[in-house]
Design a protein around this ligand. Structure first.
Ligand SMILES: Cc1ncc(C[n+]2csc(CCOP(=O)(O)OP(=O)(O)O)c2C)c(N)n1
Ligand code: SF4
Length: 298
């Protein structure tokens, strides 16, 4: 069963409302995460799996509140630990559609060490990072994706550090699906989240999600609308890994949206390999009577 196959009756159709928990988000008015949430509802409705077949795991941060605003099973876990927990959930119940979400701090600072291992293990997970280039929840400190020179309460002279490039990071470790979107283009973002969920393996979507309270003016939705460039209009071929790496280098200077890379030949997932091995072992196992007989004759 892949993550888009459902046990729900074929005639049951889902709408975005079916995934809305009706809990009122406590994000600041205008936060980009509202648009991410709406896009997510719409993507889930297109996939059409009932909420009880979905598990949504997050870390800690403003963005990590997102599972609580959906009707899926949710776990707002520990800062930086969403990926290990999500892998455990997927291995315990491979039939679940498992979504993972968090901020750039959660994913690439304290949780950065987990990203490489989740990618090389290749469980069928969709990892959504709401990248706002600051720590929002803790009131605007420098984050791993903050641009050089950014003044925050922890970088009063402007940041002296080179930011992490999340796109290059995940491509370099071999992620099979890598995309970037913005809530400034909600139909585009919805399509990217849906495509990421449908990809059979580890899929990563970096969402430039503005922090209206602590973010810079050039990181806001209006600025995104003005500067975003869709990769498909630039003639980008998402099956070409080298072209994807080249495009990803522009992170932080250009706002490219769309699919950077989709592995045209997805390798088997970790959980598929486990299932295969279990089936082989079950086939080659001796009948219980033979095992007992051998034991008695020793
Ligand atoms: C182990 C641990 N260290 C630090 C914190 C404090 N903390 C909570 S959220 C956060 C960073 C939030 O930034 P980000 O992950 O980018 O998410 P955002 O709030 O911007 O969406 C930090 C440092 C914590 N909760 N737990
Ligand atoms: S602090 Fe920033 S990231 Fe957090 S809710 Fe407010 S606008 Fe959104």
């Amino acid at each position: 069963m892949d993550c888009t196959t459902t046990n729900a009756p074929a005639e049951r159709k889902f709408t975005a409302k079916d995934y809305d928990s009706k809990l009122r988000p406590i994000w600041c008015p205008g936060c980009g995460d509202y648009g991410v949430l709406q896009s997510l509802y719409r993507a889930l409705a297109s996939i059409g799996r009932p909420p009880h077949e979905i598990a949504f795991i997050s870390g800690i941060g403003c963005s990590s509140r997102i599972p609580g605003y959906t009707t899926a099973y949710g776990f707002n876990s520990v800062h930086g630990r969403a990926l290990p927990i999500a892998q455990g959930v997927k291995l315990a119940n491979p039939d679940l559609l498992v979504l993972v979400a968090g901020g750039d701090g959660d994913g690439f600072s304290i949780g950065g060490g987990h990203v490489a291992h989740a990618i090389r293990r290749n469980c069928d997970l969709t990892y959504i990072v709401m990248d706002n280039q600051v720590y929002g929840l803790t009131k605007g400190q420098l984050s791993p994706t903050s641009p050089r020179g950014l003044k925050t309460i922890t970088s009063p002279y402007g940041s002296f550090e080179e930011p992490i490039n999340p796109l290059l990071y995940v491509l370099a470790y071999g992620a099979g699906f890598v995309a970037q979107g913005t809530p400034a283009d909600m139909p585009g973002l919805t399509a990217l989240i849906e495509e990421a969920i449908r990809y059979p393996g580890f899929a990563f979507v970096n969402i430039q999600s503005p922090c209206v309270t602590f973010g810079e003016d050039d990181q806001q939705l209006r600025a995104h609308k003005a500067k975003m460039q869709k990769l498909d209009t630039l003639g980008h071929d998402p099956s070409n890994l080298l072209a994807a790496l080249d495009r990803a280098r522009a992170y932080g200077t250009e706002l490219h949206t769309g699919v950077f890379y989709r592995n045209p030949e997805p390798p088997p997932t970790y959980e598929a390999l486990v299932k295969l091995r279990q089936a082989e072992l079950a086939k080659s196992a001796k009948p219980r009577s033979q095992v007992l007989e051998a034991f008695v004759q020793r």
